[in-house]
Ligand binder design. Structure first.
Ligand code: NAP
Length: 285
């Protein structure tokens, strides 16, 4: 019997590698992409046990159409991997309302919409008699620690952390496990997508610090793990009998935990302020 897994955002990065690994383990993958062209390419690469779903998570109608395909093709989902996401940097004061809304819609609201659509296939249904599926939310260490100038992203991932806890507690009655994966820097395009994106703030008071942004992004990339680190963990979360509720993936977990949970806020604020102005030293958490 083949088990079915749905992954959002399989065109690149973490989602793409999760598709590779989980497909190699024998699962049938429903993978979402935004471009028809990408769907064709992936169908050629995975002629069996792969169904592309073409939607932008912000397009409610396209998501509903894609859901029909999933419901027609399987009666249960082994897993739902909420991976699609964007990072929109900039000082909170100057981010446009549209940019802030887009950040929250893609990284938070769409996750709820998509999760709710597929809950019946994961086991939240009175007539469901299969094995309950698992939900894995690709969160971030930014959901535990708030970095300046990446505030909208941090806010979205904090909300996703909370959403993970709420779903886990609400879905306990169906035995649907809900898990957050919280990566630090991972080598994907998400970093390159943001290079030079802060130029638009060059007229603001914050620009002295933002000028170092490219260096900071380069530093983050240097300390980044390969994507396989996350896909392997996704597989573990899907298959372990008793997975943890959240997994931090960070090269220096101890320092991260110290900064995020134990050191006084004012000391952390001082440290960030001191290193931010020296872009070559600062690493975003
Ligand atoms: N890389 C890191 O260091 C890191 C660290 C912590 C957490 N994460 C999280 O990991 C997840 C995957 O990111 P990644 O690093 O693999 O970046 P990525 O390579 O940029 O992949 C993001 C994926 O999400 C898709 N996506 C973005 N906006 C979408 C939309 N509106 N509708 C549908 N799909 C959309 C992208 O599709 P397109 O190709 O069409 O844009 C792409 O497939 C994100 O949730 C991110 O926040 C990443």
């Amino acid at each position: 019997m083949v088990n079915y897994i749905l992954i959002t955002g399989v065109s690149t990065g973490i989602g793409r590698d999760a598709l590779r690994l989980l497909h190699s383990k024998g699962y049938h993958i429903f993978g979402s992409v935004r471009q028809e062209e990408e769907a064709k390419k992936l169908t050629q690469a995975y002629p069996e046990r792969f169904t592309p779903l073409v939607f932008d998570v912000q397009d409610h109608k396209a998501v509903a159409e894609a859901a029909k395909i999933v419901f027609q093709n399987c009666s249960a989902l082994f897993g739902l991997i909420n991976n699609a996401g964007v990072a929109i940097p900039g000082p909170l004061e100057h981010l446009t309302e549209e940019a802030f809304e887009r950040q929250l819609d893609i990284n938070v609201k769409a996750v709820r919409r998509i999760t709710n659509l597929f809950l019946p296939l994961l086991g939240a249904h009175p007539e469901f008699n299969g094995t309950p599926g698992r939900i894995i939310n690709i969160s971030s260490v930014s959901g535990l620690f708030s970095s300046p100038f990446n505030g909208a992203y941090s806010i979205s991932k904090h909300a996703l952390e909370s959403m993970t806890d709420v779903y886990r507690r609400e879905l306990r009655r169906y035995d649907i496990k809900v898990i957050a994966i919280e990566p630090g820097p991972i080598k994907t395009n998400i970093w390159q997508k943001n290079l030079n994106s802060l130029e638009q703030f060059s007229e603001t008071d914050y620009y002295d610090v933002l000028q170092n942004a490219n260096k900071i992004i380069e530093n983050a990339e240097k300390s980044a793990f390969p994507v396989t680190k996350i896909s392997t963990l996704i597989f573990k979360c899907l298959t372990l009998k008793n997975p943890k509720t959240r997994y931090i993936v960070h090269k220096n977990k101890l320092v991260f935990k110290l900064l995020a949970f134990y050191l006084p806020d004012k000391l952390v604020d001082w440290f960030i302020h001191k290193t931010l102005s020296k872009g070559d030293k600062h690493r975003p958490i």
